[in-house]
Design a protein around this ligand. Structure first.
Ligand code: SAM
Length: 279
């Protein structure tokens, strides 16, 4: 059975309240396609019955599964290539030079989905910056989706996943073939700590971050959600740190404190305060 206008309105309000995600008025088909299989899996007679259970509001596990189903987890290894090139050629060498005293670097992947983004950076560091092995380097991956985080923690990827963006040399060097899947070697998998964090809620205490990748998540938020999220990022990012957004995202007109790094196609931003200090 399809989704009625009334139920779709409820689902839109629900996902906006839970995850800050704006589901367009023309996305009823998407809600139906993603929630109908969930209704079957959860033993409801049909989709309206699942929406009624959501309305009743007492089933926290169901709420989480609906958020999982309605969020887009699309990701891939070395997605968009340029951000990783910018890290390899400019940013990491610069951070290594400027942090010789502390020998500490903190990376945060603020919508890490199933883990390909953080693991890409960990492999890149292992491959090109072996000197960091003796530094204190932390990688934190967070996401609203418990299901995506579970998959990320397992570090197990299918053939389709490893065919998308992962160089063959990395596959051979950092993964072990396991029947149909590829499993990350422990020293890569264990380098990332994954935790649940809803960007639209209060954040726990976080260390100052040198690099924040918050890619392809804010495009689902309304202007208010983007503004408050960027303001919080500004408080967590090191004044000399780097923020990466997705290609369809921009800080323009949203928050006065960041500006795009010039001449780059990597979606990379820095704090404006830093430039004011420098000039
Ligand atoms: C399209 S994926 C992006 C993955 C990765 N950053 C990339 O660019 O390849 C978007 C992720 O954002 C997560 N997400 C959606 N709303 C969120 C929120 N309010 N707080 C934290 N994560 C959220 C989803 O669960 C999903 O895993």
């Amino acid at each position: 059975m399809g989704i009625s206008d009334l139920d779709f309105d409820f689902v839109r309000t629900f996902i906006r309240a839970q995850a800050g995600i704006v589901l367009g008025a023309n996305k009823a088909y998407l809600a139906e396609a993603r929630l109908s299989p969930l209704a079957r899996e959860e033993g409801f007679a049909d989709l309206p019955e699942l929406v009624d259970a959501l309305r009743a509001g007492s089933l926290v596990p169901l709420n989480r599964k609906v958020v999982d189903a309605l969020t887009t987890h699309e990701t891939s290894f070395f997605r968009d290539r340029e951000p990783f090139e910018a890290l390899r050629t400019r940013i990491i060498p610069e951070l290594i030079a400027s942090r010789q005293d502390e020998r500490r670097l903190n990376f945060w992947y603020a919508a890490s989905s199933t883990g390909q983004e953080p693991y890409s950076v960990v492999m890149l560091l292992a491959e090109h910056f072996p000197e960091l092995a003796s530094w204190n380097v932390s990688h934190l991956g967070t996401d609203i989706s418990a299901m995506a985080l579970d998959r990320a923690r397992r570090g197990r990827f299918g053939q389709v996943d490893v065919n998308r963006g992962l160089p063959d040399t990395y596959l051979v060097k950092y993964f072990v073939g396991n029947s149909l899947d590829w499993v990350l070697k422990d020293h890569i998998r264990k380098a990332v700590r994954f935790e649940e964090l809803n960007l639209l809620e209060d954040w726990p205490a976080l260390p100052t971050m040198d690099v924040i990748m918050m890619r392809n998540v804010m495009l689902y938020f309304d202007a208010d959600g983007k503004r408050t999220t960027l303001a919080k990022v500004g408080r967590v990012l090191h004044p000399e740190g780097y923020l990466f957004l997705g290609p369809a995202e921009t800080t323009m007109d949203l928050e006065g404190q960041f500006e795009r790094v010039k001449d780059n196609r990597a979606g990379c931003y820095r704090s404006k305060a830093r430039y004011q200090q420098a000039s």
